[in-house]
Design a protein around this ligand. Structure first.
Ligand code: ASP
Length: 449
């Protein structure tokens, strides 16, 4: 059995949904289908999820979000019309959304989750109706009915372990099952969404629960590329990659697959195949336990911007037991999540996403570190990019760091910090945001050209 997930661009229009129908019905093993909300049809388009966020926020703030609401309904209406479905389905979608928008708004986060989740939920209903209209036995399955229970953490739910046993029963159902991605239900019955892009997570949970032979994740590119194609023209496609490498790359800024979606598939030993809805015969990228190493130490280069560095210096920091804990405790008090902590003898850097702090919070953090830890120097550097080179081959090969460093040096990029995890699967380099592209290009040239 295969679990198949289609991302936003794969279900953005009637034309795309017809491709989905073809792909699913071409292979009788494709039994469980997870869908996103309609995504972008072209570059300047807006995803239904983003329209829903605007709509929900307007209802919360002004008690009205009619404009965005109408745009959402129009998107479904256009799709339904082109698929030859009756207006009844659109009326149901409109009524469902109205009910949510006029429902309980006392908990704004839960309200927003319900509004957001309606994007996938209504799309799943619509796509199931289209499959049925083509004479194929198909059932829409609601995550609550299937038993997909999650923690009550709005916008960042985590699956509860008992869900796997519940979902396993889907194996016994007949026909094609279409489920909405992106959300589950709390034990109290509230809708809770995963983080953005979370339909990948739903697909992975389902693939793991039903012990699928493969989890096929359909998107709009032929494969995962070894580097961001907007930095390097026509980059090398990745044929095979391990779970660990993919997790590092997704986390480091690769947008193709959600970094939290790997764990369920990995634990159940289900391989993942990333494929293109617009070119389904292309083999795509396989995520596996072990792979043949064909390309030296590095399989991919990821990069992301928007980081800052809290730099702390104190003479004899090396001898002070508990310094790191106290520092991180201060960050915890501000609910700040950090990414890396490269350190020296008398100094430590904490790298975090800068959108978590405003100027006032920054000042407070700096003040507390200075006064409570008696630091000699504390300052925050902004607008940093983190660049990550990833590959299991690094473990066996000598000289990867030296090659990377000489690539930086040749391109005139100053490395601000370096971090290598003990797993030896990735190396992270911090540079100024303005140097990101140049640095990535230099690394690509060194390891791939
Ligand atoms: N529609 C949701 C989002 O845009 C979830 C998904 O597509 O995976 O984040």
């Amino acid at each position: 059995m295969k679990v198949v997930k289609f991302g936003g661009t794969s279900v953005a229009s009637a034309q795309q949904i017809k491709k989905v129908f073809q792909i699913v019905t071409d292979d009788p093993n494709r039994k469980i289908v997870v869908v996103s909300a309609p995504g972008k049809r072209s570059k300047g388009d807006t995803k239904v999820t983003d329209l829903l966020i605007t709509c929900g926020e307007n209802y919360l703030n002004y008690g009205n979000g009619k404009e965005a609401y109408q745009l959402v309904v129009k998107r479904y209406s256009e799709i339904a019309q082109e698929l030859g479905l009756t207006e009844v389905i659109v009326d149901r979608i409109a009524a469902d959304l109205q009910e949510i928008l006029h429902g309980d708004r006392s908990n704004s986060e839960s309200f927003m989750d319900a509004v957001k989740a309606s994007g996938e939920d209504n799309n799943a209903k619509l796509i199931a109706a289209y499959f049925q209209s083509r004479g194929v036995e198909t059932h829409y399955v609601n995550p609550k009915e299937a038993g997909l229970f999650v923690t009550d953490e709005p916008g960042c739910a985590q699956v509860l372990p008992e869900s796997y046993n519940n979902l396993r029963k889907l194996r016994d159902r007949s026909g094609i099952l279409i489920l909405p991605g992106f959300f589950g239900y709390s034990k109290e019955g509230r809708i809770v969404t995963f983080s953005r892009g979370g339909s990948d997570i739903t697909g992975s949970i389902l693939a793991s629960a039903v012990r699928a032979d493969v989890y096929e994740n359909f998107t709009d590119v032929d494969a995962v590329y070894s580097v961001n194609p907007s930095f390097v023209h026509n980059p090398k496609e990745i044929r095979e990659i391990t779970y660990k490498e993919m997790r590092e790359l997704s986390y480091g800024g690769f947008g193709v697959f959600h970094d939290e979606a790997l764990i369920p598939a990995f634990r159940a030993g289900v391989s993942v195949n990333i494929k293109n809805t617009n070119n389904p015969s292309h083999p795509g990228t396989k995520i596996v336990h072990n792979r043949e190493n064909e390309n030296g130490p590095v399989v991919g280069i990821a990069s992301d911007t928007g980081f800052c560095n809290i730099y702390v210096n104190k003479y004899l920091m090396n001898r002070e037991v508990g310094f790191g804990r106290k520092l991180l405790h201060i960050l915890e008090d501000f609910q700040l999540s950090y990414e890396h902590t490269p350190s020296g003898i008398d100094d430590i850097s904490v790298i975090l996403r800068q959108n978590q702090l405003d100027r006032t919070m920054e000042q407070e953090v700096v003040e507390r570190i200075k006064s409570e830890l008696h630091a000699d120097e504390v300052h925050i550097e902004h607008d940093l990019a983190m660049i990550m080179i990833v590959g299991v081959g690094m473990r066996q090969m000598v000289g990867t760091m030296s090659r990377a460093a000489s690539a930086f040096s040749k391109s005139g990029v100053n490395i601000l910090m370096i971090n290598q995890g003990s797993s030896e699967v990735s190396m992270m380099f911090g540079v100024k945001e303005s140097d990101e592209k140049k640095a990535v290009q230099a690394l690509y040239e060194e390891f791939f050209d």
